[in-house]
Design a protein around this ligand. Structure first.
Ligand SMILES: [Fe+2]
Length: 400
């Protein structure tokens, strides 16, 4: 599925060309809610046989060529699935983003996951509205947080972020955290929840693409099923209260969909095992719910691996056997281009940390190795990429 944002004054047609496949596509054009000068085109294609690599041509109805891109379909079997996971992409870092997104594309991943703070919707509203009001100005700034302005920030970010401008398209899956949600550290009671859910799913599709591949869950959650790995993108905002992180409905959906034969990568915007610091985390904010959640995971005998963003630092934490019934890990990777805070681990030492780096822009590449028999994932290679160098590389053995 493709989504293309463009000015309403032009109408676009698309031409797709594979090895033997050629097809014109007329998209379904969706209006935006508040910004009538822009529209979002949507179209899906299905091809027979191996057509990789394919080319996408974007043309105006007058016939003028606007853009060309390349893309490939995922191969059916992925014995060494390679994905990039990134979070916290503040659009006010134009120079850093050039370097970081080029690094992402150099890794040549099979898929890309954007796991929260993909849009700093509630930030930089002064820039959007050209008002001299700063986030520190309290009520005056909060008055700028309106559905119209939040949608404005989705548009602005979509136009600014370079991952949407790369010549080769990478299949991309997303979930939100608080800034995409439009409410810093926000939860279930956010006033514009239903409106912003529409913006998010319009700009970052969360869709049913067939039961064997991608399925939508409660809120903006989804599961993406690769041949050896299921990635659960969990919604840590829509159902969040002081008692619960994911809410009953979403947790049940997750437990029902866990497949003990595969590795389940559980992704949340904020940290899972983050009880060691004062910032947001499942363990720190809803400790009772967290305990019950782990108990349930343990009883399901699921083979799980935790991933998170949000912290504006990167680390690998060991998750002891007592929590999930076997030894596993949590990898935190954040932010690809955002404010970074050197000394974070000095201020809040992370007791179960295997390795970690603060103060450096980062994203992570995960390669899931399923061994010579190719049956199940045996190890995960994690590479944390910084702006000027690789920050660390670790191979994590998964023994369940
Ligand atoms: Fe962030």
């Amino acid at each position: 599925m493709f989504r293309v944002l463009h000015p309403k004054k032009d109408s676009y047609r698309y031409f797709i060309q594979g090895k033997t496949y050629q097809h014109w596509v007329d998209p379904r054009t969706q209006a935006l809610k508040y910004h009538s000068d822009q529209v979002m085109d949507e179209f899906r294609i299905e091809v027979k046989g191996d057509q990789n690599p394919l080319k996408l041509y974007v043309l105006k109805s007058s016939g003028e060529l606007v853009d060309t891109r390349e893309f490939s379909f995922l191969p059916a079997k992925q014995n060494n699935l390679k994905v990039v996971i990134a979070s916290c992409m503040d659009d006010q870092f134009p120079e850093v983003q050039k370097i970081m997104w080029n690094h992402v594309w150099e890794k040549n991943p099979d898929a890309l996951f954007l796991i929260g703070d993909n849009v700093y919707a509630d930030a930089h509203l002064d820039v959007l509205t050209h008002k001299k009001i700063k986030p520190g100005d309290g009520e005056a700034y909060r008055a700028l947080i309106t559905p119209k302005n939040l949608e404005g920030r989705y548009i602005q970010t979509r136009q600014d972020l370079l991952n949407f401008r790369m010549k080769k398209l990478i299949p991309t899956f997303s979930v939100w955290d608080d800034h995409d949600y439009g409410s810093n550290n926000g939860g279930e009671d956010f006033a514009y929840k239903s409106e912003v859910t529409k913006f998010f799913t319009q700009f970052f599709p969360v869709e049913n693409l067939g039961k064997s591949f991608a399925e939508k869950g409660p809120g903006v959650s989804s599961v993406i099923r690769f041949s050896k790995v299921d990635v659960f993108l969990l919604d840590d905002r829509s159902f969040r209260t002081s008692q619960t992180h994911f809410g009953k409905e979403q947790s049940e959906w997750l437990f029902q969909n866990l497949n003990p034969k595969k590795l389940s990568v559980l992704v949340s915007g904020d940290q899972w095992f983050g009880g060691y610091h004062k910032f947001e985390s499942f363990e720190g904010n809803q400790p009772e719910d967290f305990k019950n959640f782990l108990q349930k995971l343990k009883s399901k005998k699921a083979k799980v691996f935790f991933v998170s963003g949000d912290r504006h630092l990167t680390e690998i934490m060991k998750v002891a056997k007592k929590h999930t019934g076997f030894k596993t890990f949590e990898v935190t990777t954040s932010g690809i281009h955002a404010n970074m805070y050197p000394g974070a681990f000095k201020r809040d030492p992370s007791p179960n940390q295997l390795i970690g780096v603060d103060g450096e822009f980062n994203f992570s590449t995960f390669t899931f190795h399923s061994g010579p028999s190719g049956k199940s994932v045996k190890s995960i290679e994690v590479e944390s990429q910084g702006k000027d160098k690789v920050l660390f590389r670790k191979t994590l053995k998964i023994t369940r």
